[in-house]
Design a protein around this ligand. Structure first.
Ligand SMILES: [Zn+2]
Length: 420
């Protein structure tokens, strides 16, 4: 896409987020999710006779691909709690009934925050107060006893020895709220809503154990890849569409406070330049960490694997693949505020909403599931292996367009329990 069109796209695509969290104790929603997936493996036992006179049995396991489950709306914790890994910083989730949020200093109650919302916890203060970064990119206080508190990842070394059961993954659906809807297809399909659906589908994959056929990419119910320890969706809550404003500072602070092992911003693109024979998925990497670039090459490869079977008239830009943009207008800034994240981080631009045929695919649950499966496989590969993906990657480029800081507007409001 052109710098100008990219700038316009980025300007409208800055995000809003919310999170879903998992704890070592599955929430009722997570339990029901596992219950939904578990029956997909069926085991039959049949008697058979060996050459000796004894009778044994062989077991035949029929593994069924997981198909296209409807994503679950996240579980809202029932009551305040603190996990054993919380040691002053991490993440706060609003339990059922909401939680009061105060101004800095605790002098004024700002709002009773909506249940299911998440905040970054940047410090634990005296007298049971916590310092939070809110989705409005502001600092606020709350009482520790009003929230569910989770501590950060243990940050294992990435590679073959990585224990995925300890993985902490942040999924960041781009955009949100009335001011930041992202790209809009000619059909009226809105990026902010698609991104949330895809993030929830990916979250659901991470929350259950799976076996992946790495030859075909098919994901089965199985035990090769355990459920991740925690999957955080930045834009979340009891709101069906999690449709509220969330700034890029917040999204990065949340991932940083949780020392996430991997961060994936989920977007869809606009402003294409060329027709292509293959999917034109772009993935931006954070330039300070070489592992981010490797992560991006894997993500592009997995997008191609997920999307190519849909066989439509794809579009893209000149440099399709893994890339990074450095702002010339704001030295030190990266596209979409990516530099703020302190862990391997990518911005996925899966498909082009500006291309009618891709927008029509994005309207289907099958394609969104394929997107989510690409994210899942890419994160698993990235964390449990040290190889690069088989996709083009480009060195960071200076870029004169809008850098997309995406900080929240002064008018941004924390969603309240009473719906305001
Ligand atoms: Zn976007």
């Amino acid at each position: 896409m052109t710098a100008r069109s990219v700038g316009l796209v980025v300007a409208i695509m800055l995000v809003a987020t919310a999170c879903a969290t998992t704890t070592s104790q599955p929430s009722p929603d997570e339990t029901s999710l596992l219950g939904t997936l578990a029956p997909l493996v069926t085991t039959t036992t049949s008697p058979t006779t060996t050459t000796s006179s004894t009778t044994t049995s062989t077991t035949t396991t029929t593994i069924v691909p997981i198909g296209v489950p409807e994503p679950t709306v996240l579980g809202v914790p029932a009551e305040p709690a603190i996990d054993s890994q919380f040691a002053g910083v991490g993440m706060a989730t609003v339990p059922a009934g909401g939680a009061p949020i105060f101004s800095q200093g605790g002098t004024e109650q700002l709002v009773v925050a909506r249940e299911g919302l998440v905040f970054a916890v940047t410090a634990t203060l005296d007298d049971g107060w916590l310092e939070l970064v809110t989705m409005c990119d502001t600092t606020a206080w709350a009482r520790a006893g009003d929230l569910v508190l989770n501590g950060p990842s243990q940050n294992q070394a990435v590679g073959k020895s990585f224990n995925f059961a300890k993985a902490v993954v942040v999924l960041d659906p781009g955009h949100g709220g009335p001011w930041n809807i992202g790209a809009v297809a000619e059909t009226g399909l809105r990026e902010k809503e698609i991104n949330v659906d895809i993030a929830r589908r990916a979250r659901d994959l991470f929350l259950a154990p799976h076996t992946v056929d790495w030859e075909t990419g098919t994901i089965y119910t199985g035990d090769q890849v355990p459920a991740a320890q925690r999957v955080i969706v930045t834009r979340t809550g009891a709101d069906e569409l999690a449709d509220y404003e969330a700034g890029l500072l917040f999204r990065a602070e949340l991932a940083n406070a949780m020392k996430a092992d991997a961060f994936v911003a989920i977007h869809n693109n606009a402003g294409h330049e060329n027709k292509l024979e293959t999917p034109g998925s772009d993935v931006y990497y954070q330039s300070q960490l070489e592992d981010s670039r490797r992560f991006a090459t894997i993500m592009v490869e997995e997008f191609n694997r997920s999307f190519a079977p849909f066989g439509t008239d794809w579009v893209g830009v000149q440099d399709v693949g893994a890339k990074s943009r450095l702002s010339t207008k704001n030295p030190g800034k990266q596209y979409y505020g990516l530099k703020r994240t302190e862990m391997p981080a990518v911005i996925a631009e899966g498909a082009f909403m500006s291309n009618r045929s891709e927008a029509d695919l994005l309207a289907t649950p099958e394609f969104r599931q394929a997107y989510a499966e690409a994210v899942y496989r890419a994160v698993v590969r990235f964390l449990t292996d040290d190889a690069f993906g088989d996709a083009a990657s480009f060195d960071p480029k200076s870029w004169g367009g809008f850098a997309g800081s995406g900080d929240a507007r002064p008018e941004c409001a924390i969603p309240s329990q009473d719906g305001e």
